[in-house]
Design a protein around this ligand. Structure first.
Ligand SMILES: Cc1cc2nc3c(=O)[nH]c(=O)nc-3n(C[C@H](O)[C@H](O)[C@H](O)COP(=O)(O)OP(=O)(O)OC[C@H]3O[C@@H](n4cnc5c(N)ncnc54)[C@H](O)[C@@H]3O)c2cc1C
Length: 513
């Protein structure tokens, strides 16, 4: 197995897309090529008490893959080929200069995937009529990273998050034992899961006792009475085991039309989103419903479709396998009476709408580069009945931040997955004082979302995030589940990782092994 101590190699894995966490005191980067290699690294790390941090595609936004405890970085990138499996056909292909293999079952409904396949490569290897639906906007994420983070995105409105698509996992536990688990194999007695690794070692883990919010959620370990063992690992941010193979479900890729409707007020846009959501509840094949506030549209003012009168917009995608879908969409749009409507039913127009949507992050990033600052991006979701109150809180927070910046067009943007009552605010501070002001609003909004029964992270996870509250860094998850919740997560980790060596610092601060 390749092992590198070259500082230039180490540097490539020293950050993630958060740009706020940096690896320290790293001894080496290792490049396993098999589950046995992963097990060998972990056994040695247990013997020496060396922390091991797993690196996927590095697209995370929370420092989760960043080795802040030093030790070994284990990059999964060479594990890009699925092994042969009875009943599955290998499908090999190249994507962006790298070779990948998946194994597809003969009915085209499930695929064994290697951990390092990127979501873009998986999409490219699947036959054109097949789709692996979870699509966090950043498709260079690896499948192992998407499983670890329970990633989701715009299409989650129709298809759910990664969790719903994972049927089986092959893992290496922190002790180096291997575990193969299929959905349905092991269910919890209340919250206690009992299972054996491949070498016969018995394990008992109790999931935390907290209730999870009735929203899309990526905060903390999954925990529910009677839960499936596989759900303990999905979304565990790599603290309980290393995914070395995943069996995922795939589905028929629908033909889509998309539409962007521009409104004179946010209220009108929200009413349009409500109408689309209602139609989906009655069976309409609506795939995504996305929102843009006035601040977001000002950042897209270079786009020819955006006019100064536009105060909000709703983007939606609809599957047209159902012949009535277009008529239904047209009816909803007519009833919502937008100022302008941009309907895309040709591949060319749909690509133009995709480019239009990408203009927002691109323009925001250009602005941030020019100011040499980082955005502060929220990831809160609330239950349906709390959305109006959460919108009020967003408006309050944006207004308070604007008082500090004095830049009506370049202060913050509010956008995202309104279908799931899950919006993002990007606060755009221009200097350190504005960063502090943005953090104040960020904390206010986190507390509001929790108070409304929501989550502090619907899709990004918490990684190593902590918030400066009362003069100390408070672990992000503590806000939601309290110190008791963190202790229960730590206890579940300790049950599988007694030496505390795997991905230390994610979810719970707990020393560096
Ligand atoms: C522009 C942008 C947009 C984004 N939009 C979204 C979005 O819409 N939705 C969303 O969910 N996320 C989004 N993200 C965040 C990110 O893409 C996801 O969290 C993604 O799942 C991370 O995958 P990765 O392979 O890059 O993982 P990394 O960042 O490398 O690692 C993330 C975590 O996964 C663990 N990990 C990686 N591989 C394995 C493995 N094989 N076994 C065990 N643990 C492993 C790491 O240790 C780490 O804890 C976005 C990121 C960017 C930059």
């Amino acid at each position: 197995m390749r092992r590198s101590t070259d500082p230039q190699v180490i540097e490539q894995y020293a950050v993630d897309e958060s740009n706020t966490f940096f690896a320290e005191r790293v001894e080496a980067v290792v490049f396993p090529e098999s589950a046995d290699d992963v097990a060998e690294v972990l056994r040695a790390a247990n013997a020496s008490g060396t922390p091991v941090t797993v690196s996927g595609g590095g697209t995370g936004l929370t420092g989760a893959r960043v080795a802040t405890c030093g030790g070994i970085i284990m990059t999964m990138e060479l594990m890009s080929h699925a092994s042969e499996r009875a009943g599955f056909e290998p499908v090999a292909g190249e994507h962006q200069g790298l070779e990948y293999t998946i194994a597809l079952d003969r009915d085209g409904q499930r695929a064994w995937c290697p951990p390092a396949i990127t979501l873009a490569a998986l999409d490219a290897l699947l036959a054109p009529e097949l789709l692996f639906p979870p699509a966090p906007t950043e498709m260079s994420a690896q499948l192992g990273g998407a499983v670890a983070e329970n990633a989701s995105g715009a299409r989650t409105f129709r298809y759910g998050a990664t969790r719903e698509w994972v049927e089986a996992l092959e893992l290496v536990l922190p002790t180096g034992e291997q575990l193969h688990v299929s959905r349905g194999d092991v269910t919890a007695q209340v919250r206690t899961l009992r299972f054996a690794s491949l070498d016969g070692t018995q394990h008992e883990v109790t999931a935390p006792s907290y209730g999870m919010p009735a929203t899309k959620n990526a905060a903390g370990l999954y925990a529910a009475d009677g839960m499936d063992l596989i759900d303990l690992f999905v979304g565990s941010e790599g603290i309980l085991g290393v995914v070395t193979a995943a069996l995922v479900r795939v589905t028929q890729r629908p033909d889509l039309v998309s539409d962007t409707a521009f409104f004179a007020t946010e209220e009108a846009a929200i009413a349009h989103a409500d109408a689309l959501r209602d139609a989906a509840r009655q069976g309409a094949p609506i795939v995504s419903i996305e929102f843009y506030d006035p601040g977001a549209l000002r950042f897209m003012a270079d786009q020819p479709q955006v006019r100064p009168e536009h105060q909000a917009a709703i983007f939606t995608e609809v599957a047209v396998d159902d012949p009535n879908a277009i008529d239904l969409l047209a009816e909803i749009i007519e009833a919502s009476d937008p100022l302008d409507d941009w309907f895309a039913d040709s591949e060319r127009d749909r690509a133009a709408q995709r480019d239009f949507r990408h203009a927002l992050p691109e323009n925001v990033n250009t602005w941030l580069r020019a100011h040499g600052t980082n955005k502060l991006c929220t990831d809160y979701a609330v239950p349906a009945e709390a959305f109006e109150a959460m919108m009020d809180a967003y408006h309050e927070a944006l207004a308070r931040f604007l008082e500090i910046t004095g830049r009506p067009d370049e202060s913050a943007v509010l956008f995202g997955h309104i279908g799931n009552y899950h919006l993002h605010v990007d606060f755009l501070p221009a200097d350190a004082a504005e960063e502090a002001a943005a953090m104040e609003q960020y904390i206010f909004l986190a507390r509001t979302a929790i108070g409304l029964g929501g989550t502090i992270t619907a899709e990004h996870g918490v990684g190593k995030k902590a918030l400066p509250i009362g003069g100390r860094p408070v672990p992000y998850l503590e806000l939601m589940y309290g110190p008791e919740g963190l202790e229960e997560i730590a206890a579940a980790k300790r049950a599988l990782d007694p030496a505390w060596i795997l991905n230390p610092g994610n979810m719970v601060p707990g020393g560096c092994g």
